[in-house]
Ligand binder design. Structure first.
Ligand code: DLL
Length: 442
C-alpha cells in the first residue's frame, strides 16, 4: 500500500523542543522537576507525608538524576484521595475534570488547570502533526467525548493545528462512514479495534478506500499489535499511528509515533518517563522491559509524582530517522493488571492477538475465556473465521483450529482450547475493546 503521508516525514510541530539537544532537555527537565516537587510538597499532604517519611525535602531534588529518591504514586492513591485530595492548585483554578471508569468501583478523576489543558493540547498538536495533519486536514474524531480523554484531547489538538475538526464521538458507524466519505476526511482518530470495524464495514458496503481522501489515523487507548496495524492499513489504505496517554497524566498525546513507526516519542519536556522493575521498584536502563512510570513536570492542577501506570514496555534512546530526539516507548505489551496467569504462565492478550492475526482464514476478533475447573486453569480462545472460511469444509476449519492451538503453545507457552465462531458473532466495540472474560474473578 502506497504511504500517502511519506512526504511529511520532516514536518514537526515544535522542532525546538521535539529535536532538542539532550543536555539542554535535561536542564529544562531538572528546572521543571524542582519546581513541581516544591509545588507538590507545599500543597499536597500525601506527597508531603511520603517525602517526609523518606526524609526528603524539595531542596534535595536538584536534577532529574534525583528522581529515584522520590516516592511513587499509584491508582489506589487517586481512588483514596477521590475527588480532590491530590490537587496542588486552588479548586477555583481547575477548569476541567476528566476521568476514567477503570475496572473496579470508584472512578478516578483528574483536575486540569488552563495551563494543563494548554500543555495537553500542545502534546496532541505534536501528535497529529507527526501523523501528517495540518491546517488543510479534515480530522474526524471518533473517540468518545466526555469524561474519557480521547474525544476532547484529540479535538483540542486538531483545533490548535487549524484542521477542520469533526467531533463525531464514538458509535453510529453508518453516520461515521457517511461523514468519512462526504466530508473528505483525511485523518481519523479512534481506537484501533474501532478502526478495524470501520474498515470491515466499508468493505461490506463495497466502498473502495482508495476513493476516500483518508491518509492516516491516530489510534490508541487500548493494546494492539503490529499485525493489527497491517490489517488496518490495508483495509483503510492509510498509515496507522500508535498514540498513547492516560487520564492521570493528560489524555492522548503523552507519546506519539512518527512515520518511522518504531515506538512513540514521549513528550519529555512535560513528562519524565522511567521504566522500573515492578517487583523491586528499581529503575531499569533503556532497552529493558518493565513498568512505565511518569512524573509530570509542567502540570499545575494535579501533577503526578512517579506515577505507576502498570503499562509494560521498553524505552529506547536510539536516534530516530525523523529527527526528533525525544525518547521512544515501544508498543505496549499490556498491563501488569491485564496479565493473565494461566497454570503459572504469564499470558498477555496481545500475545494471543499476535498469533491470531497471523493465521489465514480468521478475523482479528476474539475473546479469551479463562476459568478454573477442578483447581486447574483453563483458557478458551474464541475467534471468528472469515466469511469465505465459514463456508469452507470442516476439514479446513479443523486444520485452522489445530494451527492456532500449536502456535499459541509455541508463542505463549500454554495449551488453549480454540473455538471457531461465525463471522460477526464476537461483540464489536466502539471504544476500548473487551477481550477477556475471567470467570475465576467472578
Ligand atoms: O485511554 C487516553 C487515550 C485516549 C490514549 C485516546 C490514546 C488515545 P485512559 O482511559 O485513562 O486514557 O486509559 C489509559 O489505556 O494506561 C494504557 O493501559 C491504555 N492505553 C492508552 N493508549 C494505549 C496504546 C486513555 N496506544 C490506559 N496502546 C493506559 C496500548 C494504551 N494501551
Amino acid at each position: 500500500m502506497l504511504r500517502k503521508v511519506r512526504l511529511n516525514m520532516h514536518k514537526i510541530w515544535n522542532p525546538d523542543i521535539e529535536c532538542i539537544d539532550r543536555e539542554a532537555l535535561k536542564k529544562l527537565q531538572s528546572e521543571r522537576l524542582r519546581k513541581v516537587v516544591k509545588l507538590e510538597y507545599d500543597n499536597v499532604p500525601l506527597y508531603r507525608e511520603r517525602m517526609d517519611k523518606k526524609g526528603i525535602k524539595p531542596e534535595d531534588i536538584r536534577t532529574i538524576d534525583d528522581l529515584k529518591y522520590l516516592p511513587f504514586t499509584d491508582k489506589t492513591d487517586l481512588r483514596d484521595q477521590f475527588p480532590f485530595g491530590l490537587l496542588a492548585a486552588d479548586k477555583k483554578d481547575i477548569v476541567r475534570i476528566q476521568g476514567s471508569s477503570g475496572t473496579t468501583g470508584k472512578p478516578i478523576v483528574s483536575g486540569y488547570t488552563q495551563n494543563d489543558i494548554d500543555v495537553w493540547t500542545e502534546m496532541m498538536s505534536r501528535t497529529l502533526t507527526a501523523a501528517g495533519a495540518d491546517q488543510n486536514s479534515v480530522i474526524q474524531i471518533a473517540y468518545g467525548y466526555g469524561l474519557f480523554t480521547g474525544g476532547l484531547g484529540a479535538h483540542q489538538g486538531a483545533s490548535k493545528i487549524g484542521a477542520m475538526t469533526i467531533p463525531m464521538s464514538s458509535g453510529n458507524t453508518q453516520r461515521q462512514i457517511m461523514m468519512l466519505t462526504e466530508l473528505g476526511v483525511t485523518h481519523i482518530c479512534c481506537t484501533p479495534s474501532y478502526a478495524l470495524y470501520l474498515g470491515e464495514t466499508l468493505n461490506e458496503m463495497n466502498i473502495d478506500p482508495s476513493r476516500l481522501s483518508l491518509k492516516a489515523g491516530c489510534f490508541g487507548a487500548e493494546p494492539w499489535t503490529e499485525e493489527m496495524r497491517g490489517q488496518i492499513e490495508a483495509l483503510l489504505g492509510i498509515d496507522a499511528f500508535d498514540i498513547y496517554g492516560l487520564t492521570e497524566i493528560a489524555g492522548p498525546g503523552v507519546s506519539f509515533e512518527c512515520l518511522a513507526k518504531h515506538g512513540m516519542h514521549v513528550n519529555e519536556d512535560h513528562v519524565i518517563p522511567e521504566i522500573i522493575d515492578p517487583a523491586t521498584e528499581m529503575p531499569l536502563p533503556y532497552g529493558e522491559k518493565g513498568e512505565l512510570v511518569f512524573t509530570t513536570i509542567s502540570k499545575t492542577g494535579m501533577p503526578m509524582l512517579r506515577y505507576r501506570t502498570h503499562d509494560i514496555c521498553r524505552l529506547h534512546d536510539e536516534k530516530c530517522e525523523c529527527g526528533r530526539t525525544l525518547v521512544r516507548m515501544e508498543r505496549l505489551m499490556g498491563r501488569t493488571d491485564d496479565m493473565l496467569v494461566i497454570r503459572g504462565v504469564n499470558v498477555f492478550p496481545s500475545q494471543i492477538e499476535g498469533v491470531l492475526v497471523g493465521v489465514q482464514g480468521v478475523a482479528p476478533h476474539y475473546m479469551l475465556i479463562v476459568d478454573r475447573v477442578k483447581s486447574t486453569d483453563s483458557l478458551e480462545v474464541q475467534v471468528e473465521v472469515t466469511d469465505e472460511m465459514f463456508n469452507d469444509s470442516i476439514g479446513k476449519l479443523e486444520k485452522i483450529k489445530h494451527e492456532i492451538i500449536e502456535k499459541i503453545k509455541s508463542v505463549v507457552g500454554v495449551k488453549a482450547a480454540v473455538t471457531l465462531v461465525g463471522p460477526h458473532t464476537i461483540p464489536r466495540s466502539e471504544g476500548k475493546a473487551k477481550r477477556v472474560i475471567d470467570k475465576r474473578k467472578m
